[in-house]
Design a protein around this ligand. Structure first.
Ligand SMILES: *[C@@H]1O[C@H](CO)[C@@H](O)[C@H](O)[C@H]1NC(C)=O
Ligand SMILES: *[C@@H]1O[C@H](CO)[C@@H](O)[C@H](O)[C@H]1NC(C)=O
Ligand SMILES: *[C@@H]1O[C@H](CO)[C@@H](O)[C@H](O)[C@H]1NC(C)=O
Ligand SMILES: *[C@@H]1O[C@H](CO)[C@@H](O)[C@H](O)[C@H]1NC(C)=O
Ligand SMILES: *[C@@H]1O[C@H](CO)[C@@H](O)[C@H](O)[C@H]1NC(C)=O
Ligand SMILES: *[C@@H]1O[C@H](CO)[C@@H](O)[C@H](O)[C@H]1NC(C)=O
Length: 500
């Protein structure tokens, strides 16, 4: 009997660990590009097998001959080797490369039309692509966007040989979110290998203090109503008031279903910052994923800006802080979490885990490393008069870098690293041709993108009312006319590049 209880407890804990992932730093569980829904009018190949490519560990040290196995996927069902059709390359990003892209998503239509060979390369250090024996900070030094671009270039060169592709074969790169940046940068760095790129929802400017993230979140909620924004802001202020006395703190425990009583965290400002950030991230998640035609659980897909704003303006639920609590309840349910775990030390402990088996963080340690060493992208709020207040400024995120990777990952280091990234790729001044940038107005990431056409050879498409990477997913009945037109424009551009 006792044994049984122990066993049950053990398996229960395991389940909890697997699901306790949260949306953090503008990143969704498993990476920002989700799983596309299968195409309605097409047979879907569910059993695309994993393929493995022998890749160099360090592309920038000729004497280092170490290699590792990089996962990739292919689908040649539309490809005609006789015509030597183009190659479409989906670039993997900050999560496992989803097999569903090989038979789903908007690019399939274009692949069929042009007889393209479809390939997807998983990003080093994510998913099943493990270049080193673990993720110690020392080993993570090979995790850079430059190495990832060199992986892509090496892979393209090898596949040209493997498939005996004609010397003038045209590769088109696709990517959403960080891989969207990689798609543009690949064309920029290796124009002789990649003929064009679709760069969707891509942050092109590295920036330490990405306060505009929550500015766009605020604007997206304001598109529902100003009352919705006012309620969030008032709710956040009420939290500050409730934190001040014992009765208030007890209330907060209940309203937000906190795993640890907030009383215990009063002396821990980092816990309090984390608590505020998690409240804000609830809204980041809802806005960023709003209405995307991706394969998420029905419950998750149902929580849209409209749904949360309806709660926020509903006075019968109670004061604004109670309404924030109600939204939090909804999101806890979709994440299968029993309570809100805002403890800073616990989060850091998990991010310090160097094991590939640490499922709990599914790429979070790696992504955090890239933020701390290349991009910043810290979704801060540091102004009392802003919607989410002033409790998670840049210093809160830099503290995380130091606590996870070591004291040398400090402010000066990160400032220098971010400048270096913009020097490498040009930020908004990147000069490329045959690239199309696609952004949605309610996607917070558009704030780091090129949303207006500055150069006809690399046009921008800005879609009113769509969220993160929405254009990459398959069309849905609910698509706006602007979204449909954007997809058509991208298809036309691909067609015109293939004729060049
Ligand atoms: C979503 O993916 C799961 C497997 O991960 C699959 O069983 C399910 O049918 C998919 N749902 C939709 C709507 O595509
Ligand atoms: C070459 O392509 C074939 C599929 O046509 C694949 O099975 C094989 O693994 C590839 N070779 C390499 C080295 O990737
Ligand atoms: C989600 O929305 C759909 C369609 O509006 C509805 O049928 C379904 O019951 C909803 N599911 C949940 C979990 O709310
Ligand atoms: C407001 O919330 C109450 C209590 O949850 C609910 O019964 C009511 O339907 C909601 N009103 C609107 C307009 O959504
Ligand atoms: C790291 O994560 C793995 C897998 O979840 C776990 O077995 C291990 O105990 C963790 N290591 C530390 C130091 O917490
Ligand atoms: C805070 O934001 C307000 C409104 O956007 C602005 O007027 C003010 O200058 C900001 N304060 C600081 C310290 O940045």
């Amino acid at each position: 009997m006792k044994l049984l209880v122990l066993l049950m407890t053990a398996s229960f804990v395991l389940v909890e660990v697997n699901l306790s992932e949260i949306f953090r730093n503008g990143r969704t569980l498993g990476g920002n590009v989700g799983v596309p829904k299968p195409d309605k009018h097409r047979e879907n190949v569910a059993d695309v097998p994993d393929e493995w490519f022998t890749q160099k560990l360090d592309h920038f040290n000729p004497t280092d001959e170490r290699t590792w196995q990089q996962r990739y996927l292919f689908n040649d069902q539309y490809f005609d080797p006789n015509t030597g059709g183009p190659v479409f390359l989906m670039i993997g990003g900050e999560g496992e490369a989803p097999v569903e892209w090989m038979t789903g998503g908007n690019w399939i239509d274009d692949a069929e039309k042009h007889g393209a060979l479809l390939l997807q390369l998983e990003h080093r250090y994510y998913g099943k692509s493990h270049p080193t024996e673990d993720m110690s900070t020392e080993n993570l030094k090979y995790l850079t966007s430059q190495q990832a671009l060199a992986d892509l270039a090496t892979f393209i060169t090898a596949m040209n040989k493997n498939y005996s592709l004609p010397s003038d074969v045209k590769w088109i790169a696709f990517g959403g979110s960080y891989p969207g940046s990689l798609a543009a940068w690949l064309r920029f760095k290796y124009p002789h290998l990649v003929h064009g790129a679709v760069s969707s929802s891509s942050p092109l400017l590295a920036k330490v203090d990405f306060s505009n993230y929550f500015k766009v979140v605020r604007e997206s909620l304001a598109a529902y109503s100003d009352d919705c924004v006012a309620s969030v802001q008032q709710g956040v202020r009420e939290i500050g008031t409730l934190l001040k006395d014992e009765v208030g703190r007890k209330n907060l425990n209940k309203i937000f279903n906190l795993c640890t009583p907030i009383q215990e965290s009063l002396e821990k400002p980092l816990d309090i910052s984390n608590f505020y950030e998690m409240i804000a991230d609830n809204f980041g998640e809802v806005v960023q994923e709003n209405g995307a035609n991706r394969n998420s659980s029905q419950a998750n897909a149902n929580i849209t800006i409209d749904v949360v704003c309806e709660i926020l303006v509903n006075q019968t639920i109670g004061s604004p802080v109670n309404r924030l609590g109600k939204v939090n309840d909804l999101l806890l349910v979709t994440r299968d979490e029993k309570c809100m775990d805002y403890q800073y030390e616990k989060m850091i402990d998990s991010l310090r885990n160097v094991s590939w088996d640490n499922e709990e963080d599914e790429g979070d340690r790696q992504w955090m490393y890239q933020l701390c060493t290349e991009f910043g992208f810290f979704t801060t709020s540091s102004n009392e008069s802003h919607i989410f207040g002033d409790k998670f400024p840049t210093s809160f995120f830099i503290q995380q870098c130091k606590d996870i990777f070591g004291d040398s990952y400090d402010e000066d280091f990160i400032d220098g690293a971010v400048d270096h990234t913009n020097m490498l790729y040009g930020g908004f001044d990147i000069e490329v041709s045959n690239v199309v940038y696609v952004y949605g107005s309610i996607d917070p990431w558009h704030a780091l993108g090129i949303t207006k056409t500055l150069d006809k050879k690399a046009p921008a498409i800005y879609i009113e009312g769509t969220a993160h990477c929405v254009d990459l997913y398959s069309p849905a009945d609910t698509d706006s006319a602007q979204l449909t037109a954007a997809r058509q424009k991208v298809s036309q551009l691909i067609e015109s590049w293939l004729k060049l």
